[in-house]
Design a protein around this ligand. Structure first.
Ligand code: UD1
Length: 363
């Protein structure tokens, strides 16, 4: 792809004139999307520093990362809401040039029960990073946002220009508030840059199966529930509703391969560091542009992995959106990034990962 070659070329030129490896802080770097991003960053030549409080991840993820890249990232168990600890970390590791901020709580249902936990974890930690950026001369921050900010869009596929709808949960509200905090902060300080990435539904695992999604307890998201049901850990998958206004009656989402998603972060960081951003805050949808229903996902999973997923249709899940998928044109054209993996290969990677963790647990 022409544009990809061009990006690589300018990046190589930029790196050659900045001889030391560029240091990046990844908060929440042992989490699902964070760990895949760390791998892609290391493979692109960055020196990665991780802070994570391991509240929804496992320290063993670091070994998985090292197995893939041959490099162990610098890691410290720090809660990003702890300003003093973050300040100390950044003083100790001078020269970090950008932050990719994943560290956040993300379970919609839990956020309804524990709103203050969500406001503290998600909002306070972002404020800390933004304050510390100026003090430690950090140029830019990539922020993990979500398609949840669109609610049920009036027009599909949804573009970045679509209005944000009133959030249906404290979790969704934190993403909107965080986007606003970033915009206000960056507009008040022209030394800072930010790229806000609105993820659709990340699924799958690294093709090596050394890292993947590792939910604590009963999974909330579809794919870990599918893989655990196929593996016999769960009796059956509950399909939340089959009377939606969609072709087969089940909800539609834009499922994006997690490695594709991780690669977009590398491009975003490069863009900020090379001063290629068009505005000091940019927003991109990260999706495939294709919507798939819950039933299509189940059937494809069963077909490509030759395994049954017992399932039953049940009531709607409260707060679920009927259908949403991305118009990723802006990211495709402006970032030169595109989701490339097929859903078949992605679902194969999810199953390979499930089998890998079970084998590991048996040992
Ligand atoms: C949810 C959040 C999103 C958040 C993401 C990450 C909403 C509206 N969206 O996405 O903001 O970023 O989680 O955690 O809450 N499903 C089943 N059975 C299951 C699980 C899921 O049928 O056991 C269905 C859901 O109804 C949905 C689809 O599968 O249609 C995907 O669900 P899920 O993986 O939980 O993601 P979202 O709800 O889209």
């Amino acid at each position: 792809m022409e544009i990809k070659k061009k990006i690589k070329q300018t990046w190589n030129n930029w790196r050659a004139s900045n001889s030391d490896a560029v240091k990046i802080l990844v908060t929440g770097g042992t989490g699902y999307i964070g760990s895949h991003t760390v791998v892609e960053l290391q493979q692109a030549g960055f020196e990665v520093y991780i802070v994570d409080n391991l509240s929804n991840s496992n320290i063993d993820v670091l070994n998985g990362i090292e197995k893939i890249t041959g490099k162990m990232p610098v890691f410290e168990n720090i809660d990003c809401t702890d300003y003093v600890a973050m300040d100390r970390f950044l003083s100790k590791h001078e020269g970090i040039q950008a932050i990719i901020h994943f560290a956040a709580s993300k379970a919609v249902g839990e956020s309804v029960k524990k709103p203050l936990l969500y406001y503290r974890n998600n909002v306070v930690s972002l404020i800390n990073q933004l304050e510390l950026m100026s003090i430690h001369h950090i140029k830019g921050i990539v922020f993990s946002s979500s398609c949840t900010v669109y609610g049920q869009p009036d027009v599909l596929p949804v573009t970045e220009a679509a209005p944000r709808k009133t959030a249906l949960s404290p979790y969704g509200n934190t993403k909107q508030i965080c986007e606003d905090i970033i915009m206000d902060t960056i507009y008040s300080n022209d030394q800072l840059k930010s790229i806000i990435l609105r993820y659709f539904n990340p699924i799958g695992a690294h093709p090596s199966a050394y890292i993947g999604e590792l939910p604590n307890g009963v999974p909330n998201n579809l794919i870990p529930f599918v893989t655990q049901t196929a593996a016999g850990i769960r009796d059956e998958l509950k399909v939340f509703g089959s009377d939606y206004n969609t072709p087969d009656g089940t909800c539609i989402r834009d499922y994006i391969n997690v490695v594709d998603l991780a690669k977009a972060h590398v491009v975003a960081v490069q863009r900020m560091l090379e001063n290629k951003t068009k505005k000091n805050v940019e927003i991109f949808n990260l999706g495939t542009g294709r919507g798939l229903s819950v039933m299509e996902i189940i059937k494809t999973f069963e077909k490509v992995n030759k395994v049954a997923v017992p399932h039953q249709i049940v009531e709607h899940r409260e707060g679920d959106i009927e259908q949403v998928w991305a118009d990723p044109t802006y990211a495709n054209e402006e970032l030169g990034w595109k989701a490339e993996e097929s859903v078949e290969d992605t679902l194969k990677s999810a199953w390979k990962w499930q089998k890998y963790i079970m084998k590991k647990a048996d040992k």
